[in-house]
Design a binder for this molecule. Structure first.
Ligand SMILES: Cc1ncc(COP(=O)(O)O)c(C=O)c1O
Length: 415
C-alpha cells in the first residue's frame, strides 16, 4: 500500500475548527509557523553548500501583506512580476528582482522607482530601458531550451514558450547590454513548474551555467548572480513525495564546481525564487457544504468556488480534501465537491472517496497557500473571500476582509 505523505494531510485542525466557529465561510487560512519552517528548510538546504545563497519569494504565489512580511522577515527578497507586486514589495520594505514579460515603458519606469533590479525577458526591451536610464546591473531571463513540470499546460521554456531570451541569442543580448553601459550582470531562468524530480534542477542549471560560460568567453563578463527560478514542487496527492532539497543543493554544488572550472568563471551567487514551496502547504481554503444533490453522481456544493481557487478548473489539478467534522477512519463514499459558478469545471474533486458529506459540513481544501487566492477572480460576480492567519502564538488574525458587492462595483462609479 502507498504511504501517506504527512506534508499533504497536515492540518492545524484545532485552529481551523476555532476559525470556523468564529468566522463566516468561505475563507483562506494560513499558518505562520509552517511558512517560517518552509522558508528555513529551503534557505538552509542551499546555504549548506552555497554560503551566499540568496532566496527570493515569488510574490505572485501569495500577495497577502501579512504573508509577505513573514517571508521577508526570514531574509527572502521578492520576485515581482507586475507593478502591483513591485509596489507591495517596496511598501513592506522589501527588495528584489522584477521579471516581467512583454513589459511596457510605464511599467519599467514604475518598477525601477520601486527600487527593484531588472531581469529582462528579451533583448528587444533594451532600447526602452535605455530611454529610462540604463541601470548598472541587469539580468536576462534565458530560455535554455528545456522545460519540466507537473502540468503540460505550464510550458515555461523551449521553442513554444513565450518566455526568455533564446539561448542561442544570449551572447548577443549581453553584448548589447554591455555596449549600453551595464557593468554588472545576472542570468536567470524559470523553466519548471511543480517539479518533483530532484535531478532536473542540476540538469537545467548545468545548461544555464554553460550559457553563462559562453557569454563569459565571448565578452569577458563575470556574473554577479545566477537565478535558477522557482518551480520547486510540493506534493498535492497524499501518495506523492516531498522534494529532497538537500539532494538538489548537493547536486548543484557539483554542477557549479564543474562548470566554473570548465569556463574559468568566478562563481556567481546562487539565487532561486520559489513560491509554491514556501506557502502552498501552509494555507487552506475552508468552505461549508450548502447543498448535497444526488443525481447521476453525488454532488456536494460548497460556498467556495473556482473563483477562490482556480487550479482544479484551469489545470485539472488535484487538491487533497478533509471533511473537518467527520472522523477520517470511518465509512467512505464517492462524491464530487463542487462550487457555485455556472461552469462545469467548477469542481474541486471528482469521484473522491470521502466520509459521507452532509449539509453544513466543513470542507478543507489543502495546499491552498500558493497560486490560490492570488489566482482567484470575480467571475459570476462572486466575491473574494477573507484571509486569516494563525500566528506563531496560535491567535487567529484577520489579514484581509472578504469583498463586498460595493467593492465589486466601486470602480464603475456606481454608489
Ligand atoms: C518567473 C517566475 N519565478 C518564480 C515563479 C514561482 O513558481 P513556483 O511557485 O512554482 O515556485 C513563477 C511562477 O509562475 C515565475 O513565473
Amino acid at each position: 500500500m502507498s504511504r501517506t505523505n504527512p506534508h499533504v494531510v497536515y492540518l492545524p485542525k484545532a485552529a481551523i475548527a476555532r476559525a470556523v466557529r468564529r468566522f463566516k465561510t468561505p475563507f483562506f487560512i494560513y499558518e505562520e509557523k509552517r511558512i517560517r519552517a518552509n522558508c528555513r528548510r529551503f534557505r538552509d538546504a542551499f546555504r549548506r553548500h552555497f554560503p551566499t545563497f540568496t532566496p527570493l519569494f515569488a510574490v505572485k504565489a501569495n500577495t497577502n501583506p501579512a504573508v509577505l512580511k513573514i517571508v521577508f522577515s526570514e531574509g527572502f527578497g521578492a520576485d515581482a512580476s507586475s507593478e502591483a507586486e513591485a509596489w507591495i514589495t517596496k511598501k513592506l520594505g522589501g527588495w528584489g528582482l522584477y521579471t516581467g514579460n512583454y513589459t511596457t515603458e510605464p511599467e519599467f519606469r514604475f518598477v525601477q522607482r520601486c527600487g527593484l533590479r531588472l531581469n529582462l525577458d528579451d533583448a528587444s526591451m533594451l532600447p526602452t530601458v535605455a530611454r529610462l536610464g540604463m541601470p548598472r546591473f541587469l539580468s536576462f531571463r534565458i530560455n535554455p531550451g528545456i522545460s519540466r513540470g507537473g502540468m503540460t499546460s505550464l510550458l515555461l521554456a523551449g521553442p513554444n514558450a513565450k518566455y526568455g531570451v533564446p539561448h542561442e541569442e544570449a551572447v548577443d543580448a549581453y553584448r548589447r547590454a554591455k555596449a549600453l553601459g551595464v557593468t554588472r550582470f545576472g542570468i536567470h531562468m524559470m523553466t519548471g513548474s511543480n517539479v518533483l524530480n530532484e535531478g532536473y534542477f542540476a540538469e537545467v542549471t548545468a545548461r544555464l551555467l554553460a550559457i553563462a560560460g559562453r557569454v563569459k568567453r565571448a565578452l569577458g563578463i563575470e556574473f554577479d548572480c545566477i537565478n535558477i527560478g522557482g518551480g520547486f514542487g510540493v506534493p498535492y496527492r497524499p501518495t506523492e513525495k516531498t522534494l529532497a532539497l538537500a539532494r538538489i543543493a548537493k547536486e548543484l554544488r557539483r554542477v557549479f564546481d564543474a562548470r566554473c572550472a570548465e569556463f574559468g568563471m568566478r562563481e556567481p551567487t546562487l539565487m532561486a525564487e520559489p513560491g509554491r514551496l514556501i506557502t502552498a502547504d501552509a494555507g487552506w481554503l475552508v468552505g461549508r457544504v450548502a447543498v448535497v444533490k444526488k443525481s447521476y453522481k453525488t454532488f456536494a456544493g460548497i460556498d467556495a468556488g473556482m473563483n477562490d481557487l482556480p487550479r482544479p478548473a484551469i489545470y485539472d489539478a488535484y487538491h487533497h480534501i478533509t471533511v473537518l467534522n467527520r472522523p477520517l477512519g470511518g465509512r467512505k463514499a464517492r462524491v464530487n465537491i463542487v462550487g457555485r459558478l455556472c461552469e462545469n469545471n467548477d469542481q474541486f474533486a471528482k469521484d473522491r472517496l470521502l466520509p459521507p458529506v452532509g449539509v453544513g459540513d466543513t470542507i478543507v481544501i489543502h495546499n491552498a497557500g500558493a497560486h490560490a487566492y492570488a489566482m482567484g477572480h470575480n467571475y459570476n460576480n462572486r466575491l473574494r473571500s477573507a484571509e486569516y492567519l494563525i500566528t506563531r502564538a496560535g491567535a487567529l488574525k484577520k489579514v484581509r476582509r472578504a469583498e463586498t458587492i460595493a467593492d465589486l462595483f466601486r470602480t464603475t462609479g456606481l454608489r
